[in-house]
Write a protein that binds this ligand. Structure first.
Ligand SMILES: *Cc1c(COP(=O)(O)O)cnc(C)c1O
Length: 448
């Protein structure tokens, strides 16, 4: 039965661990025609001792079993052996953060999760699947491609696409994606497209510019837009939105209020003409709890979901979702007066122990972290970067940390090295650090 189910789901390889499952599998495997390759081990220890790593290549691996089997030993083994640099994404922490924000919402307020830019670096489909399970209302991505990827991964939640162009219209319809209409030009071209296809009442989202000056209709365009929408009927307005420029910043609270006022005006104009209700939304993560009065009908949760409180109020207990880890490739003693790395910029003052880490700027470890700006965690202590960050490697000074060995794990960011601190050191924001981790770095998903 198990076997039939998994082969139907496209599982190509099945590894059974434990004496009971092994006997079931051997009995059943004879009766199933299109079956995955099967191997069995009597225990986790047996697997770790005998399994070869070469059997895994370009595959997703699902580890599932009762606690007694200690499968976390297998995930550690895989992480260590397969990828030297990994970003661990803790989906349980993400759900915790989701709930932390939901506490601020009225029972009727809907929630849209921002999963643009590969879910702020954390991986779109995996994150979206968990959010869908927890019954949020909407997802939003920046570009059509990102939405298509979610649909292909089986995500069925409504998806808003923020930055559409004509090249993306086909994909919109084919994959049931809902564009944000932000200018009269994009309105016109989408209208013509829908008309050509004979489509009526296609769901769209109308964005107004209330001060960001990025995308959106001006408030004084609301009336004409409403008339067009009503008369042509090719689109139906699912929601109306705007974006706050500084919801995290108390100094900008006055401006936030102005933005909300302009937004309300635009919504009222549309509402008067359209005679049907639509969702109104303006608050992002910081807006959700700094401005609970501006929830309207929905909020858009972004960075907070991934464990960063952009307002730094310390009122929210969030858990870091992403941990970026690497390992030490080599350790050497370098004499006083020598230098480390390109251009001799890392000058060694006293005889030092220098460790070479398997991460560089091609992985998203910014060159700005060079020459002491960045620190990594080794055996729970901080070790500064020495010299310039290289493309694939970075050297750190571990002189003050005892017992470090080659192969040891190093934390780049996570619980011990908060992303906020790292961002500050490099003069940037957590958003940039998170979304810079390159696709070369494997994502490993953890659920507790
Ligand atoms: C990215 C984005 C958000 C989320 O912002 P956070 O600060 O990450 O919560 C909300 N709305 C729009 C339009 C966005 O582009």
């Amino acid at each position: 039965m198990v076997l039939e189910k998994i082969s139907k789901r496209g599982v190509r390889k099945f590894i059974g661990i434990g004496p009971v499952i092994a006997s079931y599998i051997t009995a059943l495997s004879k009766t199933t025609s299109e079956r995955p390759t099967i191997s069995c081990y009597s225990s986790t220890a047996d697997f770790l001792e005998h399994a070869s790593l070469n059997q895994f290549k370009d595959e997703y691996i699902l580890l599932k079993g009762a606690r007694v089997f200690s499968f976390e030993r297998i995930s550690q083994w895989l992480e260590q052996k397969v990828h030297q640099t990994v970003m661990e994404v803790n989906l349980t922490a993400m759900v915790h953060n989701l709930k932390a924000y939901q506490q601020f919402l009225k029972p009727t307020t809907k929630l849209m999760a921002m999963v643009k830019a590969f879910s702020y670096g954390s991986g779109s489909a995996e994150v979206a699947r968990v959010l869908q399970f927890h019954k949020i209302d909407y997802l939003a991505v920046a570009y059509a491609d990102e939405g298509v990827e979610l649909r292909k991964a089986g995500i069925s939640l409504p998806i808003m696409v923020m930055n559409v162009d004509e090249a993306g219209f086909d994909a919109m319809i084919q994959f049931d994606l809902e564009p944000e209409i932000y200018s009269i030009n994009i309105y016109r071209s989408f209208h013509l497209f829908l008309q050509n296809q004979g489509i009526q009442q296609y769901p769209v989202h109308i964005k107004f510019n209330t001060g960001m000056n990025r995308l959106g209709f001006e408030i004084n365009e609301a009336y004409d837009l409403a008339v067009h929408l009503k008369e042509k009927g090719t689109m139906v307005v699912k929601s109306v939105l705007s974006h706050l420029v500084g919801s995290e910043n108390p100094l900008l609270d006055g401006f936030t209020e102005q933005q909300v006022h302009a937004f309300t005006t635009a919504c009222d104009v549309l509402s008067e003409q359209l005679h049907y209700s639509f969702i109104r939304h303006i608050a992002n993560s910081a807006g959700i709890f700094r401005h609970p009065g501006y929830q309207f009908d929905m909020v858009r949760l972004g960075i907070g979901l991934y464990g960063v409180d952009s307002a730094e109020t310390h009122q929210l207990v969030l858990q870091p979702v992403a941990t970026l880890k690497s390992t030490i490739a080599q350790i050497r003693t370098v004499a006083a007066g020598e230098t480390v790395g390109y251009n001799r910029s890392g000058v060694v003052q006293h005889e030092s122990r220098i460790a070479t880490i398997r991460i560089g700027y091609a992985d998203g470890y910014d060159r700005r972290f060079g020459n002491g700006t960045g620190q990594m965690i080794v055996r729970s202590q901080r070790a500064p970067v020495i010299g310039n960050v290289c493309m694939d490697m970075t050297m750190i000074d571990i002189t003050h940390i005892p017992d470090v060995m080659e192969g040891d794990e190093v934390e780049i960011f996570g619980h011990q090295m908060p992303i906020q601190q790292l961002a500050k050191a490099a003069g940037t924001i957590p958003y940039e650090i998170m979304t810079s981790v390159s696709q070369r770095v494997k994502r490993v998903y953890v659920e507790e």
